[in-house]
Ligand binder design. Structure first.
Ligand SMILES: O=C(O)CCC(=O)C(=O)O
Length: 257
């Protein structure tokens, strides 16, 4: 029985994926869309294992004394880039039909992966992110960008999930020098926003121009997510014309590369 179930779940990610009409209109109107429980269990397990390995590597690095530096005893968060060339699970997932369908339905037919990163909040830490737009931290560019934020754990208000300010994806607050400043961010300061509450294996895809924040992790477990960020054109350094981060082609004329 479980063999049949696993085969069926595995097949799911191979078949083409399209956002529902409701998800498309949520993305268009609110700047983000929620896709509940879409990552197959087998894929989720692989991503969890890959994330665990990354966290263990960081802990090992932190505990290794470097001359002139104190070892780090514990950290509040882990924000570790994982290039698809170095991680088979991330490579497989970031180019799978599910991701391709989400990118196609939000960004369009051409897309480049410019960052993949595990974002992990350690248990019982007050690490928070104030209201911000990811686009404010990206180079000035006409290229639209999105974030596919994948929950590797159940997301709750207690463990520091994301909150969104629906329909705030207007322009980019380019004056914003840091995550806790900027005119629009300051105006949002007292607002709670809409929490992303969903089981592990869910995705929230959001425009890099939509305001979002996240709370502390007050639970005794890690809060783990995989962030995949895509642009419709390579994001280039204005002077060198080289990619600022990565520019891994993912979609060309609507088809996976
Ligand atoms: O993982 C978090 O709590 C915050 C992540 C975030 O703000 C982002 O990916 O832009």
């Amino acid at each position: 029985m479980s063999l049949i179930f696993n085969v069926l779940r595995r097949r799911e990610i191979r078949s083409p994926f399209q956002l529902s009409d409701e998800q498309r209109s949520q993305y268009r109107e609110d700047g983000y869309a929620v896709l509940e429980s879409v990552i197959p269990a087998t894929v989720l397990t692989k991503l969890e294992q890959s994330c665990r390995k990354v966290v263990t590597n960081v802990d090992t690095r932190d505990s290794t004394a470097v001359e002139g530096e104190e070892p780090i005893e514990s950290r509040a968060g882990y924000f570790e880039p994982v290039h698809p060339n170095q991680d088979a699970s991330v490579a497989e997932f970031s180019s799978c039909p599910l991701c391709a369908g989400v990118v196609r339905g939000t960004l369009g037919p051409t897309a480049y992966l410019f960052l993949a990163q595990y974002t992990v909040k350690a248990p019982g830490t007050d690490l928070t992110f104030e209201w911000h737009q990811d686009a404010a931290y990206l180079p000035h560019s006409s290229s639209r960008t999105i974030n596919i934020w994948c929950a590797l754990d159940d997301m709750t208000e207690e463990n520091g999930t994301l909150y969104f300010m629906p329909n705030s994806q207007v322009g980019v607050d380019t004056e914003q020098p840091g995550a806790d400043s900027g005119d629009i961010a300051a105006k949002l300061e007292d607002q709670v926003g809409t929490p992303f509450l969903a089981p592990a294996g869910s995705i929230v895809v959001f425009s890099s121009s939509v305001f979002h924040r996240s709370g502390p992790n007050t639970t005794s477990q890690m809060r783990r997510a995989l962030t995949l960020e895509f642009s419709e054109e390579p994001l280039l350094d204005h002077e060198t014309q080289q990619p600022l981060m990565w520019a891994v082609p993912v979609l060309r004329s609507g088809a996976t590369v």
